[in-house]
Design a protein around this ligand. Structure first.
Ligand code: FES
Ligand code: FES
Length: 132
C-alpha cells in the first residue's frame, strides 16, 4: 500500500532526533489516532540550518516527517511555511487516501515550530491559510 519512497523514509528516516537548544519547537497531535510529532528547528539569519523530528506514529507519519525535514532544510522561514502536506505527499510519490491526514502532522508541526521561533523573537505568529 505504500510507495517505495515512503518505505525508504520509514525504514531510514532522515533527520530523526532532537535539538536540545532548538530555536523553535512544534508539537502536534493527530486527533483521529492520538499520534504525536515534534519538530525542532535551528534558525540562522532567517534560514533553517538544522531540523530534527520525533514522531510517535504510523509509517506514513514517520515518512512524512522525514521527507518534510529534508524539504525545509536550508530554506527560509517563508519558504518552509509554504511546504504543504500535499507537497510532502507528492514528494513521497503519493500516500494512500486514508493516510493523507498523517502528512498533515508534518505541515502543522513545521508551522508550530516556526511560530514558536517567531513568538520567542517578539514577532507576530503567522496564520494558517488552509487550516486542517
Ligand atoms: Fe496516526 Fe498516521 S495513523 S499519524
Ligand atoms: Fe485531512 Fe487536511 S488533509 S484535514
Amino acid at each position: 500500500m505504500y510507495s517505495e519512497k515512503v518505505m525508504d523514509h520509514f525504514m531510514n528516516p532522515r533527520n530523526q532526533g532532537e535539538i536540545t537548544e532548538a530555536d523553535g519547537v512544534g508539537e502536534v497531535g493527530n486527533p483521529t489516532c492520538g499520534d504525536i510529532m515534534r519538530i525542532f528547528l535551528t534558525v540562522k539569519d532567517n534560514i533553517i540550518t538544522e531540523v530534527k523530528f520525533q514522531t510517535f506514529g504510523c509509517g506514513a507519519a514517520v515518512a512524512s516527517s522525514s521527507m518534510a525535514t529534508e524539504m525545509i532544510k536550508g530554506k527560509t522561514l517563508e519558504e518552509a511555511w509554504e511546504v504543504s502536506n500535499k507537497a510532502v505527499a507528492e514528494a513521497l510519490e503519493g500516500l494512500p487516501a486514508i493516510k493523507m491526514h498523517c502528512s498533515v502532522l508534518a505541515e502543522e508541526g513545521i508551522h508550530k515550530a516556526i511560530n514558536d521561533y517567531r513568538i520567542k523573537h517578539g514577532l507576530e505568529p503567522w496564520v494558517e491559510k488552509n487550516p486542517h
